[in-house]
Design a protein around this ligand. Structure first.
Ligand code: DP6
Length: 404
């Protein structure tokens, strides 16, 4: 239940929620409708654990607020951005519908303005798509504030396509749908977060010099110019979605890993096929790709997989038993600064040594400081409500607390 603080005559209703980041193993790239954010292919992702990566959002509502306002990572932003407006409008519409259907007594007036304050627990510099967690958290928080229940991934999708997948934990597919109004373009859980407890995720944060082309404009150019993208959407992804879902259901790591790598590679191939071409991978990304293939080759088994989004950072999927040795291989081939901060953040990783044989089989020249740090995490749950009132990001006056 939202909390009311009625210290003064102006009642403030406030609620705080958190939402996760997701990393696609079958990528979404390309829209058939820019406004409703409808994709040209279905996609599938893994929800990462919020202990390591999450967005926290507080929303507050009061009769005394003059206008809707939003603060992101400590800075006030423009509330009139079309995607923010779509989410606010859709939630208010659902709330109005619900009120007219039943309970007219809910005391949160829909005419009241909202204040929104949102922070990430990971640096923007980590280059992780924060829009997915951000919009999922916004939509989830507003839905709790206005008492809206049920399917909300269609609203989050209108903030950022990939955000619809962050509305669920575990393994999540976004079914592209067929309808023009987008009502069937929704996310759905394929398996719960407890389904595959040994699965681990390592985010390899690559030291990048420049900001790459954003995904929204990148995919627009790809849709306009890449024939490979059309082939991918029409003839490759449908079969891959089925194979991926079955690999997850069977916890078949080798198949899951191979499909993940092939799909990442095909996505980056469509970027190269875009005209003018878009380059998201850099030299370090390509060295991570080689490291993974040589590591797997050495063991004659697919133990580790990589995937890359619209930037140079690698996300590695592997099983718990291989984490210590693979992390040691990353440390060996990308030696970190000796007096820098901790190299591995998040879930603790046991130490391991590399055999001379493995080093020789990988046979790469080490690149000092090629990777800034690693975030070690696992599969996690969907958005949640934060119950402790001392964690609200907005104070009793409805403005951001000093620390945010
Ligand atoms: C490469 O969801 O950020 O991460 O819908 O325009 O907001 P918009 O794009 P966005 O695109 C994500 C692209 C991707 C692949 C994926 O997450 O599936």
């Amino acid at each position: 239940m939202p909390e009311n603080s009625s210290s003064s005559s102006q009642r403030l209703t406030v609620i705080t929620c958190t939402a996760p980041v997701n990393i696609a193993v079958i990528k979404y790239w390309g829209k058939r409708d820019e406004e409703l954010i409808l994709p040209i292919n279905s996609s599938l992702s893994v929800t990462l654990h919020q202990d390591q990566l999450k967005t926290t959002t507080t929303v507050a509502c009061s009769r005394s607020f003059q206008e809707d306002r939003i603060w992101l990572n400590g800075k006030e932003e423009d509330i009139n951005q079309p995607r923010l407006q779509s989410c606010l409008r859709e939630i208010r519409r659902l709330a109005r519908k619900r009120r007219s259907d039943d309970d007219p007594s809910n005391d949160i007036s829909l005419s009241h303005r909202v204040h929104i304050c949102s922070v990430n627990n990971f640096p923007t510099a980590a280059g992780l798509a924060s829009s997915a967690a951000g919009y999922a958290c916004l939509v989830y928080s507003l839905s709790r504030l206005f008492g809206v229940e049920g399917e909300l991934s269609g609203v989050a999708r209108q903030g950022s396509g990939s955000a619809c997948r962050s509305m669920y934990g575990g393994f999540v597919q976004w079914k592209m749908g067929e309808r023009e109004d987008g009502k069937d373009s929704l996310a759905e859980q394929v398996a719960a977060e407890s389904h595959w407890p040994e699965l681990r995720v390592l985010v390899l944060v690559v030291s990048a010099e420049r900001k790459p082309v954003g995904s929204t404009s990148g995919m627009q150019t790809s849709v306009k110019t890449s024939q490979l993208l059309k082939h991918r959407a029409d003839s490759v992804v449908p079969g891959r979605m089925e194979e991926m879902i079955s690999a997850i259901q069977k916890r078949d790591f080798a198949t899951f890993a191979e499909l993940t790598m092939k799909d990442s590679n095909q996505f980056h191939a469509t970027c190269l096929d875009t005209y003018p071409p878009i380059f998201y991978l850099n030299d370090i990304s390509r060295r991570v790709i080689s490291l993974v293939h040589r590591y797997n080759q050495h063991y004659q088994e697919t133990r580790v997989a990589y995937t890359f989004d619209a930037g140079p950072n690698a996300v590695i999927y592997t099983l718990q038993e291989h984490v210590p040795e693979f992390v040691q291989a990353v440390r060996h081939f990308f030696p970190p600064e000796t007096n820098g901060g901790e190299f591995v953040k998040g879930l603790s990783v046991d130490s391991a040594s590399l055999s001379e044989e493995l080093k020789r089989a990988i046979g790469m020249e080490p690149v000092p400081k090629g990777i800034s740090y690693v975030i070690s995490t696992q599969v996690g749950p969907g958005p949640c409500v934060v119950e402790e009132p001392n964690l609200h990001l907005l104070g009793p006056d409805g403005l951001p607390m000093k620390s945010t």
